[in-house]
Design a protein around this ligand. Sequence first.
Ligand SMILES: [Mn+2]
Length: 317
Amino acid sequence: MSRCTCKSNKMNTAELISQALNADSNEYKRLVEESTRLLSSEKGRIGSLTVEGRLVKMEPSGEAVVVGDLHGDLQSLTHILKRSNFLEKASTNAGVFLIFLGDYVDRGPNSPEVLYVVLKLKQLFPTNIVLLRGNHEGPDDLMPYPHDLPQELNSRFAGEGASIYRDVRKLFPYLHNAVIVRGLCVMVHGGVPSHATSIEDLKFAHLKHPKESHLEEMLWSDPIDSEKGTTASPRGAGRLFGEDITKQFLEALNVRFLIRGHEPAQNGYSISHGGKILTLFSRKGSPYFNSSAAYLLLNLSSTPKSANELGPSLHKF
Ligand SMILES: [Mn+2]
């Protein structure tokens, strides 16, 4: 397939999806390599974003589309891009952001294609896109199950699948661990790192073994309503954390609520810990069968006191 020679501001969602479905192994490999270089070079100011370690800091202005777990659901990703009109908006407005909460791959039918789309978006709009790391993009010594991505790459790219998978694994450590919007909210894939005491703890969580750093809890943990402190998680990694842990964390970061993915939600979203946490789930179908998926269109300069006030910004589909 020939490479698109159109300027980024001319690319529309349908063309992007078509590229994702038709890219040959060379083109796919090139995108993964270029994305690894791009993500690994992000440091300091990137447009209006500030990158420190693997933390992205944002100012409370503009608007952000926030997308929860996709797990290989290309159809839902297409829907979100079209409905939010992101490509058209981002090509003319530097203050429009698209933030993914991680878990792009596994469990769904189109993991390679979803990964292609999010990496291509990052390449087209590097200052408007944030790609968080999910537990399905986790470190080698904390692998998720099921992990279908290698088989899916093999079935699409035959003999090249294994080498593409190796390259993809080299990219994962450069995805970001957290986003903080000053004074408003913090975003991670999984949950609160229960021993974190300041924003510094979010920046370099990737440098240590996940079992000895905050990274495991950021990628794997879930909130629980009935407990204080933390307790073992049935997932076998991360912890279940109570409202007191969330409150302490939000206060330490001086933000009002946490936005995270990681857990399926019947309506595509759920609110817990008295409005301190919004969980977003942006995919549909097997094996979860939630009746709706949802994404968030967040006005970053608005001042909701808690996630309970986000109702009008939540878009179910
Ligand atoms: Mn997850």
